[in-house]
Ligand binder design. Structure first.
Ligand code: MRU
Length: 385
C-alpha cells in the first residue's frame, strides 16, 4: 500500500539537510518607534508568509485567540514576550499578564510563560530597578524561555528517535501525526514533529502520515508545509481515514504533542488525539507523546480537571480558504458547509488517559509506563537541573 502513495505528497526540498527550512514563528525587534513582537501569521499559511506586527498586548491577545500564533511551547514564548512588550511600552503589566494568560485556557505553557516574565519584572522592581531595567528583565526572561525551548526541542528529538528505534527495531518508520508540532510551535524544531524530522535526517522515516486535523486544518496547512519544506516523504489524510490506515497495517507509531499533561499523566491535545489513541491501542501500535517539561502541570490533578477550550461553531459550519483570514474570528467569510443556523460542537482539545499513552518523551528523558509517580519524579529532576 505504501508504494501506491510514494509520490503523493513528497516534499520538494533536499532530503539530506539538517537546516530547518521553516521561517521562524516569532521574533522581538526594537525599531526606533519602539519594541515590537513580530509573528509569522499562521492563519495565512501555506498560501503566503505574512508577518503580523504586535505593538501592544491587546494586539497579541487577538493574535493568540485567532491562532496567528499557536501551539503550546510557542504560546508560552509569546506570552512571555507579551509581558515584556507591556512593560517596555508602559502598559499596566499586571493587567496585560492577566489578559495574555487568559487568551486561551488549555495550553499550560501560556500561563507559565506569562508568569515567568512577570516574576522577573516584579523581582527587578522589588530589587530597586527602574521601569526600564525591569522591562529589560522581563525581556531577558522571555529570551531565556525562547532559548530553553530550542534546547529542549533538540533533546526531545534525540530521546524520541532513540525510543522509536527501540520500539521499532526494523527501521523504516511509518509515523502518523496529528495537528502541528514543528518549528512553527517552538523556539527550535518542535516536539513530535522534531522526532519525525530527526528520523527523516537519519534516513529512518519511511513515511509521515499527516492528519488534516479538522476543523482548522493545522495538519494540512502547517504540518504538510513543514514536511514539504524539509523534504520529508509525507502523505495527507482526512482525520476519518486514520482507522482504515491502521487496519491496513500502515502505521508503525503515532507521535503527537500535548497542550497540558496532568499530574496523573492524562494528555490534553488537539481534538482527535483521543480517537487516535483508541485506534492505536486496538491495533497494538505505540502512541508516543512528545512535550517539554513545561507542558507537565502538576497542579492539574487529572484529565477531568482540564479546561478544554470551546471554539466558535462557525469553524465547523464554514470552511475558510487559505486567502480568507477568518480562522478563529467571530465575523466570518468562509464557505458555508451546513444549513444556516446549524449548531456545532467544537472543542479544540480532547484528553487521552495515561493508560493509552505508551510513553511521554521530554527533554529530561522518557516516561514509560506513564504514572503519576514517574511524572512527579521527572518534574523534581527538572527543577534540580
Ligand atoms: O489549537 P492549536 O493549534 O494551538 O493546537 C496545537 C496543538 O494541539 C498541538 O498539538 C500542541 O500544542 C502541541 S504543540 C507542540
Amino acid at each position: 500500500m505504501a508504494d501506491q502513495y510514494a509520490h503523493s505528497g513528497d516534499g520538494d526540498g533536499p532530503a539530506e539537510t539538517s537546516e530547518n527550512r521553516v521561517t521562524p514563528a516569532i521574533r522581538w525587534e526594537e525599531p526606533p518607534e519602539g519594541p515590537v513582537l513580530v509573528l509569522l501569521d499562521q492563519t495565512r499559511l501555506p498560501a503566503e508568509e505574512v508577518e503580523r506586527v504586535c505593538t501592544d498586548p491587546p494586539a497579541l491577545v487577538e493574535a493568540i485567540r485567532g491562532l496567528a500564533v499557536r501551539g503550546a511551547p510557542l504560546l508560552g514564548i509569546a506570552g512571555a514576550y507579551g509581558v515584556a512588550l507591556a512593560a517596555a511600552r508602559g502598559f499596566d503589566v499586571a493587567d496585560a499578564a492577566q489578559a495574555l494568560a487568559g487568551a486561551r485556557p488549555t495550553a499550560v505553557n501560556l500561563s507559565l510563560g506569562v508568569r515567568r516574565a512577570r516574576a522577573a519584572h516584579q523581582e527587578a522592581l522589588a530589587g530597586g530597578a527602574g521601569e526600564e531595567a525591569a522591562a529589560r528583565a522581563a525581556l531577558e526572561a522571555a529570551r531565556a524561555l525562547h532559548r530553553q525551548d530550542a534546547e529542549a526541542s533538540a533533546r526531545m528529538a534525540a530521546h524520541g528517535l532513540a525510543l522509536l528505534d527501540e520500539l521499532l527495531p526494523g527501521g523504516g518508520h511509518r509515523v502518523l501525526t496529528h495537528c502541528n508540532t514543528g518549528a512553527l510551535v517552538s523556539g527550535g524544531e518542535g516536539t513530535a514533529f522534531a522526532v519525525a524530522l530527526a528520523a527523516h535526517r537519519a534516513g529512518r522515516l519511511r513515511r509521515l502520515w499527516v492528519d488534516e486535523t479538522r476543523p482548522l486544518l493545522q495538519g494540512a496547512r502547517l504540518t504538510a508545509y513543514e514536511a514539504a519544506r524539509n523534504g520529508m516523504a509525507y502523505t495527507l489524510l482526512t482525520d476519518s481515514a486514520a482507522g482504515s490506515l491502521f487496519a491496513a497495517g500502515e502505521v508503525d507509531a503515532v507521535l503527537v504533542g500535548a497542550d497540558r499533561i496532568t499530574a496523573d499523566g492524562s494528555v490534553a491535545n488537539k481534538i482527535g488525539t483521543y480517537p487516535l489513541a483508541v485506534l492505536a491501542r486496538y491495533h497494538h501500535v505505540p502512541l508516543v507523546v512528545v512535550a517539554p517539561v513545561t507542558t507537565v502541570d502538576p497542579d492539574t490533578p487529572d484529565g477531568a480537571s482540564v479546561e478544554v477550550e470551546q471554539r466558535g461553531g462557525h469553524e465547523v459550519t464554514e470552511l475558510s480558504g487559505p486567502q480568507v483570514p477568518v480562522v478563529g474570528a467571530e465575523a466570518v467569510g468562509g464557505i458555508p458547509v451546513a444549513p444556516l443556523g446549524t449548531q456545532a460542537y467544537n472543542p479544540a482539545f480532547d484528553v487521552t488517559p495515561p493508560e493509552l499513552v505508551t510513553a511521554i518523551v521530554t527533554e529530561e528523558g522518557v516516561v514509560s509506563p506513564v504514572t503519576a509517580e514517574a511524572l512527579a519524579e521527572l518534574c523534581a529532576r527538572s527543577r534540580q537541573a
